[in-house]
Design a protein around this ligand. Sequence first.
Ligand code: FAD
Ligand code: MLT
Ligand code: ZN
Length: 479
Amino acid sequence: FSANKYAVERKKFGTVSPSDIDYFKTILSKERILTNEEDVLPYNIDWIKNCRGQSQVVLKPRTTEEVSKILHYCNNKRLAVCPQGGNTGLVGGSVPVFDEIILNLSLMNKIISLDEISGALVCEAGCILENLDNYVREHDLIMPLDLGAKGSCHIGGNISTNAGGLRLLRYGNLHGSVLGIEAVKADGTVIDCLRTLKKDNTGYPLKHIFIGCEGTLGVITKVSIHCPAQPRSVSLGYFGVEKFENVLKLYKSAKSSLGEILSAFEMADNESITSTVNNLKLSNPIGHYPMYVLVESHGSDEKHDSEKLNRFLSEGMETGLILDGTVTSEPNKMKAIWNIRESIAGSGLIDGYVFKYDVSLPLRNYYDLVEDLRKKLGDRVTRVYGYGHVGDGNIHINVTVPQYSKEINSELEPYIFEQVSKLKGSISAEHGVGFRKPQFIHYSQGDTSLQLMRDLKRTMDPNGILNPYKVLPDVASHE
Ligand code: FAD
Ligand code: MLT
Ligand code: ZN
């Protein structure tokens, strides 16, 4: 259990009793209340099998009104609640720590409206990202974000974590594309900011407090989001590169030579690709190289765009920045290459246990920590590998071991966070703080910012029932 593994003490919340379940039965039909241990188990365990809670109840509301009634009741009874979307989060935020009630949004999955002209999509929070993308593509639009977890993650979960993903470089982050939000406060009050306007400067920008709040300030029930036009032409380049320095040179050159059509610039080191190809039995279309780069273009002219990317490849090969590579516009080939990149996230689980870090660093220092950790840890670990969103200055560093080891954990933390802080980076670029990082948040946030966050939490959720033990550290542990 997470509580034992990370030595956390249960706060003084109520405990769910049979009379509470009877009350929930007056709101939800009984198949939407899970209490059987086996049924509840998968909702207690996170995707990377790093955290495990002890909840005995999962509630599955279908409407905002049901969410509101549940929260109103839980707030009065001081029952803690863990909001849960697709449970693909990587920092333990989506599963309970103790016996918090799991409020799973998966049945709130209706699409409400789509304005094909403005691109405004309005839907419920439990819609799966990939389903939304398939839907808007029928109307010549795409979702503004894409990530490896798209087949399971919910748009509400994406917004609650301010997920970045593979194409943030082109379409920006969710603070830019979310047009409106409907959310329920801890006491059951429904906050309706579900506008579809691009411009709306009427008072404080309330929707933004829910973007990235990881279920600690409210439960998102509906969202309105801007979908960009579906690009008429998409091309993908996959390149082998000699060293990280050359990855940066290529990035600079991609920005100037591909210009407006550049939609993704991702890197993965040899260990990332080897781990993925070997552990998951995938085939790699190019040979072994120290570094790999994926460059994607979204444009409107097939001939012009693939010419540009092919020219980028041949110039890269002439200058030696690219050792070998392939450029394709064939959907199946592009899918296979993206699949290698997107599968890195889970490949380390085959080695046993994965320590996952997700940091922002100045580009010049982007890869240093991976090499440093390899030296520091030597053969006491199975692998250390780095991959990520170069265009966003965001690297993922994974360290795998046969099984969880406290000793390795204490060599990694707070060491990694100290290094990141020295370079003025962020200890969590896109995955959030969740349960795993509150005690390290001060490496990225100052005291007065943390105090304002606490004030906000107190205003939104005075009894602290929403996702306790997450995001904000206990005052004692921080000071
Ligand atoms: P969950 O995991 O269920 O929840 C995440 C957090 O949000 C929790 O704190 C939870 O309490 C809260 N929450 C969920 N729904 C709601 C709601 N409706 N209202 C209030 N709070 C809520 N992340 C990236 O940023 N970029 C990536 O490229 C990326 N790639 C990934 C690839 C894989 C293979 C995997 C497994 C994960 C990846 N992630 C990535 C992390 C994760 O997918 C994202 O954080 C995602 O946005 C979480 O969505 P979810 O629906 O699964 O949320
Ligand atoms: C990714 O970019 O693949 C995701 O953020 C998941 C991960 O870091 O493993
Ligand atoms: Zn990522």
